[in-house]
Design a protein around this ligand. Structure first.
Ligand code: HEM
Length: 494
């Protein structure tokens, strides 16, 4: 018995060591690995952020003048491109070889079958159906809802000022974007700005309160093992989260159909697609509506909230930039009789620069996953990226590379002045991705942040509270880049 056990252990050790030579065997540079953990020991143990690991690897590859390299998430080989031309090939020119984000969707878990998770034909068909819901015309249609929510946002800030308390701005903004996304995607009122602990806040937080084991399972185990897990009842998100979103959307569909209620929101657009005649190219099913509402929620509220939080954090520490932005906001609003309108927001060029600089320094999606759907020969090399291989586009590394931004840690909106922006090489600034899979919610995401900032900065001045832990650290286990812990700011009415 003991002999078999020793043999099994030896075999396992041999397999792990052999698997960690995958990139070497395929002619791709790799780093020294830790047994079992590969390149992500600290990340898997929850000691450091996986995003930081990919950024570090980008820097190390770049320092050696390499165009790409290979890393391991546990035993899973991940290809990391550094060269801008190669990145452009992967996400744009040779997109047909890299159609997926990540290979972890499964029909047994309907929430996973969303636009972000699907690939190949099902993704293409769905993307065509959903694109019309995100045009600038549709954004204008929903704009009033965004502005309506600023009243609650301002009231919440005022209540803190009245009580002489600093604000946890991360939480305040998350409540604002939750109210917006719930109203626009689900056609419901979540009232998160008025009531601190609503169902949507509770489950929204739960989606992002990712446990390390779930992250490992979704990102690091082979597809065959993951499929087995789905058959054994595993779901990408906690079961109660899945039940909540399924029931909420189903109830909403039924209510809207029974009452024939019309609202200017994504749900209305989805219901109109559902009611297309059979065989219509953009007809959509109830199941598809549920998974898409879910992805709009998770992709839409936290990304914008984290962006707005980082803007306010930086402005609190850079009063000159805050003043300059406030001056622009006031000047433009004055021309529009004090009203926050879509056109007024579009006129605010400095606001756009501040948001871009924030997305550069703190990209909410610091590495974009791409998954090889067909063997790909890397041009000019003997290397083939095999079908099924995970690729990580190192967004954060690119956007903080001193070659492209000479003083990358300095918060400098001038990086995005008309003159400087035109000098940024293609594929360097890609917070929303690029190519056919580029973020579908780009306009909506930016709009949410802009409306929040205009409403806040025209009324209040923000400074950093001593309660905020500085220098800030980033969440270790998370889908997106966000500050670890609370972000406390002092607000004063002006
Ligand atoms: C600041 C805000 C946001 C950022 C930084 C962001 C970033 C991203 C990135 C990097 C991707 C992957 C792109 C690629 O693979 O090339 C993505 C995809 C996606 N985003 Fe966003 N996003 C934001 C807001 C939103 C909003 C508001 C929504 C919806 C209401 C949304 C919905 C989606 C969806 C559905 C996808 C998958 C698209 C596809 O695979 O076809 N995002 N986003």
């Amino acid at each position: 018995m003991l002999v078999y056990l020793i043999l099994a252990i030896l075999l396992f050790v041999f397999y792990v060591k052999w698997q960690h030579t995958y990139w070497k065997r395929h002619g791709v540079y790799q780093f020294d690995t830790d047994f079992l953990f590969g390149d992500t020991k600290n990340e898997m143990l929850g000691k450091s952020s996986i995003f930081q690991a990919v950024r570090d690897k980008y820097n190390q590859l770049k320092a050696q003048n390499l165009k790409y390299g290979g890393v391991y998430m546990l035993l899973k080989p991940v290809f990391v491109p550094v060269d801008l031309d190669l990145i452009k090939r992967i996400v744009v020119k040779d997109f047909s070889y890299f159609q997926g984000h990540i290979d972890n969707v499964h029909p047994k878990d309907n929430l996973s079958m969303n636009l972000f998770g699907l690939y190949g034909d099902p993704w293409k068909k769905l993307r065509i159906k959903l694109t019309p819901a995100f045009t600038s015309g549709k954004m204008k249609l929903m704009f009033d809802t965004l502005v309506e929510k600023t009243k609650g946002l301002e009231e919440l800030v005022r209540s803190h000022i009245k009580n002489n308390q600093p604000l946890d701005i991360k939480e305040v903004i998350a409540r604002f974007t939750t109210d917006i996304i719930v109203s626009c995607a689900f056609g419901l009122e979540s009232n998160s700005l008025e009531v601190a602990e609503t169902e949507f806040r509770k489950y929204g937080r739960k989606v992002f309160d990712l446990k390390a084991w779930r992250m490992v399972l979704l990102n690091s185990v082979p597809r065959s093992l993951l499929t087995l897990c789905y058959h054994l009842g595993f779901t990408a998100f906690p079961r109660d989260v899945s039940q909540f979103f399924n029931k909420t959307v189903q109830d909403t569909i039924r209510y809207r159909e029974d009452t024939k209620l019309y609202r200017k929101d994504f749900m209305q657009l989805l219901l109109e697609m559902k009611n297309k005649e059979n065989g219509a190219i953009n007809k959509i099913t109830d199941e598809e509506i549920i998974s898409q509402c879910f992805v709009f929620f998770i992709a839409g509220y936290e990304t914008s909230a984290t962006t707005t939080t980082f803007v306010l954090l930086e402005l609190s520490q850079n009063q000159d930039i805050q003043e300059k932005l406030r001056a622009e906001i006031r000047e433009v609003l004055e021309k529009h009789e004090g009203a926050i309108t879509y056109d007024a927001i579009m006129e605010m060029t400095y606001l756009e620069m501040v948001i871009n600089e924030t997305l550069r320094k703190y990209p909410p999606v610091p590495m974009i996953p791409r998954f090889c759907t067909k063997d790909y020969h890397v041009p000019g090399t003997d290397v083939t990226i095999k079908k099924g291989t995970q690729v990580h586009i190192p967004v954060w590394g690119l956007q903080t590379d001193p070659e492209y931004f000479p003083n990358p840690e300095k918060f400098n909106p001038e990086n995005f002045s008309a003159e400087n922006k035109s000098k940024i090489p293609e594929m360097v600034f890609i917070p929303f991705g690029e190519g056919p899979r580029m973020c579908i919610g780009l306009r909506f995401g930016k709009l949410q942040s802009k409306v929040a900032l205009v409403s806040l900065l025209r009324n209040f001045n923000f400074t950093l509270s001593e309660k905020t832990h500085t220098p800030i650290e980033f969440e270790k286990v998370s889908f997106i880049l966000s500050v670890e812990g609370d972000v406390w700011l002092n607000a004063t009415e002006i």
